[in-house]
Design a protein around this ligand. Structure first.
Ligand SMILES: [Fe+2]
Length: 609
């Protein structure tokens, strides 16, 4: 029995397919259409999933999407009615947007928004159009894949957004019983949901409703700090350690904690509750309108203009925001622990990409083990949809733990050779044994090494199959990578991949971090050994690498350790301001467009002389 899960009309569109509860393929649409965080319909991802499973769409028995327009409907109606009453009193024209957001449930907003006049009606029309597409997934799927609707025999499911998140962090976790938290921007009118998972069921214990949201708080502050793009929140997390949290009291006023794990935004600082959030993806990548209100300016002064130099004020705002996010999250988690008495946690939602916060959970809450699925954000809801249907709806028993994230396209050595010949490139060909030895030698020699192997990763992190590898011992490597390839803001750190069994030698915490979603402190005496992956506060966003999960990458790091005595390499994603490369040709293009020294593709290598 095949189940297809989809995240569509929402940031990070994705598709996942499972067979009898086993994960066959999981992939994000941005890797195919090359628009970062693409928010449309994941037609290419679905095609890939079907190809990987060796079936046609007609063979799929269940299809689900991580949206349910009918979920929490009474709350949406109440909220919209209250707002309409307020606006009637104030004479606002935004009542049309109310209708749209009522229909939409705020999970996904418009494609082509315009704030007023005829554009407002277009916005309403587009939003209603999106909601209709979510409701009639069958029609949309048949049209996108060019299959007659009458040929599809699958049963279609709408899985509420946070149930999909929660399912993605439980049914593929190693835990038979666990506390679960989805902490997010928004989906289906909810920002945060907690639950307990046991066997093949998930019981919801509590939630925080629109418009209160830690994700909205982080995005609004990120915008105010002059980082306007979808997904820029990670930059602010990287900036935070440079500052002091001298605005913590202001942020405690902006978001307040309440009893029973609840929290509330001070809505004077925000626009989303009154005016909606414009989210467009005319160009493929999502664009979000301004969320913060003028109250931010009154409190902190003028917003930073994107590209302007950073001052202590921005660093201190980032530090204060990060600290407050952690306080609020730990407040929810402590409540969840009190409710369940459990010490195993499944964590999901867009805010679970905050790896600094994640790394501190074990230090600040009673939880002792944490599972975070590699795509904890919205792409991962496609995975949650599959398992919610398989385990939760159809009542099947639990399957295997999800180890690794290598669920995307791969290419044989013959296919790679054909690409290299087609590009008229001189190449070397190595045995399985020699390819990791030679690559490790290149890394130790200070070269910037492209590493393209096996199946592409699911989720935002490159974890050793679509990675750029460098020597962490060389402090200058950060500047070299930024100058030659990544062109990132200089304050952003690069990450270490470390052999799993050596974590204790280098880090203050040893809980596994296989998906690079935990930041730990590096032991002070080791920081000088790996300066290129040590952040300004002595931390590192590590990936723990095991032979079982990625044998070739493990071997590469082992060979590097043989040469240098350091079981760590610098690992950054294989891209240049674009989605991570998917195909050999994209890797070759990136190699050509940047000043990478050598590129290993499977058992082949090309060098810049
Ligand atoms: Fe979400």
């Amino acid at each position: 029995m095949y189940i297809l899960g989809i995240n569509a009309f929402h940031g990070d569109a994705a598709a996942v397919i499972i067979k009898e509860g086993k994960l066959i393929a999981a992939v994000e649409e941005e890797r195919f259409n090359r628009f970062k965080h693409c928010a449309g319909f994941p037609a290419e991802s679905i095609r890939y999933c079907l190809k990987a499973a060796g079936i046609s769409l007609q063979d799929v028995e269940h299809v689900g999407i991580s949206r349910d327009p009918s979920a929490h409907l009474h709350k949406k109606v109440f909220f919209a009615a209250t707002r309409a009453a307020k606006q009637a009193a104030g004479g606002s024209v935004r009542k049309y947007a109310d209708v749209a957001t009522l229909e939409e449930g705020f999970g996904t907003l418009s494609n082509g928004s315009h704030p007023s006049g005829p554009g407002l009606f277009r916005q309403v029309r587009d939003r209603l159009g999106n909601a209709a597409k979510v409701r009639d997934l069958k029609e949309e799927l048949a049209r996108a894949l060019g299959v007659p609707r009458s040929d599809l025999r699958a049963k279609f499911h709408n899985i509420e957004h946070h149930r999909a998140h929660l399912a993605s962090s439980f049914y593929v976790s190693p835990f038979e019983r666990a506390a679960l938290l989805s902490i997010d921007g928004f989906g289906d009118f909810i920002s945060t949901m907690w639950a307990v998972g046991e066997g093949n069921s998930i019981e919801i214990l509590g939630q925080v409703e629109y418009p209160h949201s830690t994700g909205i708080l982080y995005t609004a502050t990120t915008q105010f700090l002059g980082f306007p793009h979808y997904g820029d929140e990670g930059k602010v997390m990287g900036l935070a350690p440079y500052g002091q949290p001298r605005f913590i009291e202001e942020f405690r006023e902006i978001i307040r904690t309440e009893d029973a794990g609840q929290f509330r935004l001070n809505l004077e600082y925000f626009r989303h509750h009154a005016e909606g959030v414009d989210m467009t993806w005319d160009q493929g990548s999502p664009v979000i309108g301004r969320i913060y209100s003028d109250e931010f300016r009154r409190t902190f002064g003028p917003a930073r203009v994107p590209g302007a130099s950073l001052t202590d004020r921005e660093r201190d705002i980032a530090a204060s925001l990060q600290l407050r996010l952690e306080e609020v999250c730990f407040h929810v988690l402590k409540h969840l622990h009190q409710l369940t008495g459990l010490t195993d946690l499944g964590l999901s939602g867009g805010v679970a990409y905050n790896s600094v916060m994640n790394g501190r959970i074990l230090l600040n809450t009673p939880f002792r083990r944490v599972f975070i699925q590699p795509a904890s954000g919205d792409s991962g809801t496609a995975l949650g949809v599959c398992f919610q249907i398989y385990n939760g709806v159809l009542n099947h028993g639990r399957g295997d733990e999800m180890e690794g994230c290598y669920t995307g396209p791969d290419f044989t050595n013959d296919q790679i050779r054909t690409e290299l010949e087609g590009n008229k490139l001189a190449f070397e060909n190595f045995s399985d044994e020699d390819v990791t030895k030679r690559a490790a030698q290149d890394v130790a020699n200070g070269l910037v090494v492209g590493w393209f192997q096996g199946r592409m990763e699911f989720g935002p992190r490159a974890l050793g199959n679509r990675s750029i590898i460098a020597d962490p011992r060389r402090a200058e490597m950060k500047d070299i990578l930024n100058e030659r390839i990544k062109k990132r803001e200089p304050f952003r750190p690069f990450a270490p991949s470390i052999l799993e069994e050596r974590v204790d030698d280098y880090f203050e915490q040893t809980h596994p971090a296989p998906t690079m979603l935990m930041v730990y402190q590096i032991k002070p005496k080791m920081r000088k050994l790996i300066p290129a992956v040590t952040h300004v506060d002595g931390s590192g966003r590590l990936q723990t690498v095991s032979r079982k999960v990625n044998e070739r990458y493990y071997q590469l790091i082992s060979e590097f350790n043989e040469l240098t005595g350091v079981p760590v390499v610098l690992n950054t994603s294989f891209n240049e301001n674009e989605p991570i490369v998917c195909t050999p040709q994209e890797a070759i293009n990136c190699f050509r467009n940047t000043r990478m020294d050598v590129l290993y593709l499977g058992n082949y290598a090309i060098r810049r002389y």
